[in-house]
Design a protein around this ligand. Structure first.
Ligand SMILES: NC(=O)c1ccc[n+]([C@@H]2O[C@H](COP(=O)([O-])OP(=O)(O)OC[C@H]3O[C@@H](n4cnc5c(N)ncnc54)[C@H](OP(=O)(O)O)[C@@H]3O)[C@@H](O)[C@H]2O)c1
Length: 327
């Protein structure tokens, strides 16, 4: 199993980052959100050597990028910033990517974005044309590495092949991956990441807080961001008990998984969130979970996941307890 605390590399890009990143899609979500607390969250992360921050132009209408830029400007320590281009339906020319990139750079108040993703593959623009534009952005120094997000294995292979023409590796595919969403293990994405040496950035690794025993929050991300996110209502069982299939319902399976997370957490005197993050971190060195947080206490908690390990037995028990989400 992979060590939890070892530095990770963004695929073949050579960019070294912390094993955990910090998701910022709720930064600025509440009107009048406490900016001091956001800055404290940022500093708590950096103090513990978490240097990788994930944002996107569409998060909180640009507020997430702006707040992250403000934190970077105030603190001044080096960070690795990932942002994303949204291929919105009204963006029909790949040249829109360069305009969007300039706007992101301006909100972040930096000259180069370390990792720039195409946020989702659903667009009339061709993947090849988008990758040509990404290659140009690398050449003129506006980005360091190229990533994709929510891409299938076939789509990421296509993007990687196009970038290879420019001698640029595809650095990452950012996809939904947690104990309650194990599709990357079966849809070929994790396998392609291993084969092509591409980082798998795992978004929504705590299932919006559910894996810490809380009710899941709705993602602040756009609808396309949420496309693979199972809403809480999916957990509810059928109306008529007599029509229920034999065996535990989905909700019962979730409860069993949650109980097991809590037991393992208690045995290590840690939290269920840390257990859920370690299960991802220990699976493969290509996986980089990016729990979202607006709270210094939560980010400190998540960072403690890097100080201990699940035993092989605990890892396998969690694998078994979440088998029905591996599909
Ligand atoms: N590429 C994409 O399409 C896409 C889609 C969705 C998300 N993302 C990225 O992935 C990141 C993570 O996803 P997400 O934020 O939707 O879901 P998540 O990381 O699974 O969960 C975030 C929620 O968990 C809470 N939380 C965090 N750490 C906690 C802890 N130790 N104990 C208890 N609660 C904790 C947070 O609350 P507090 O805010 O109070 O800390 C927040 O409500 C996003 O921020 C975004 O950067 C990308």
């Amino acid at each position: 199993m992979t060590q939890t605390n070892q530095q990770r590399v963004l695929g073949a890009s050579g960019l070294e980052i912390s094993p955990l990143g910090l998701g910022t899609n709720r930064w600025g979500v509440k009107r009048g959100q406490d900016v001091a607390s956001i800055f404290q969250t940022f500093q708590t992360a950096l103090d513990a050597d978490l240097t990788f921050f994930d944002t996107a132009e569409v998060y909180t209408g640009g507020e997430s990028e702006r707040l992250l830029g403000e934190c970077i400007g105030r603190d001044k320590r080096p960070v690795v910033v990932a942002s994303k281009f949204a291929p919105l339906p009204n963006r029909l020319s790949p040249h829109a990517l360069m305009d969007a990139l300039d706007a992101s750079l301006s909100r972040l108040n930096i000259e180069t974005i370390d990792l720039y993703h195409v946020h989702w593959p659903y667009t009339l623009m061709r993947v090849d044309a988008l990758m040509d534009m990404m290659a140009l952005a690398v050449r003129i120094g506006k980005i360091r590495a190229v990533g994709v997000s929510n891409f299938s294995a076939r789509q990421m292979r296509q993007a990687a092949a196009r970038l290879a023409r420019y001698d640029i590796p595809l650095a990452s595919n950012e996809v939904h991956y947690s104990l309650l969403h194990r599709r990357p293990e079966v849809d070929g994405v994790l396998e392609a990441c291993r084969e092509l040496n591409i980082a798998l950035i795992a978004y929504r690794p705590l299932e919006g807080g559910y894996l810490n025993g809380q009710e899941p929050v709705r993602s602040a991300a756009p609808a396309s961001d949420r496309s693979t996110t199972a809403p809480a209502s999916h957990a509810r069982t059928g109306f008529l008990p007599m029509l229920r299939k034999k065996g535990p319902t989905r909700q019962e399976q979730k409860t069993i998984l949650q109980a097991r997370l809590n037991e393992i957490a208690q045995a290590h005197q840690k939290t269920a969130s840390q257990v859920a993050l370690n299960w991802l971190l220990q699976r493969d060195e290509h996986i980089i979970p990016i729990p979202g947080s607006t709270s210094p206490a939560h980010i400190a908690d998540n960072l403690s996941a890097l100080t201990w390990h699940l035993s092989q037995d605990e890892f396998e028990e969690l694998d078994q307890a979440s088998l029905s989400w591996k599909r």
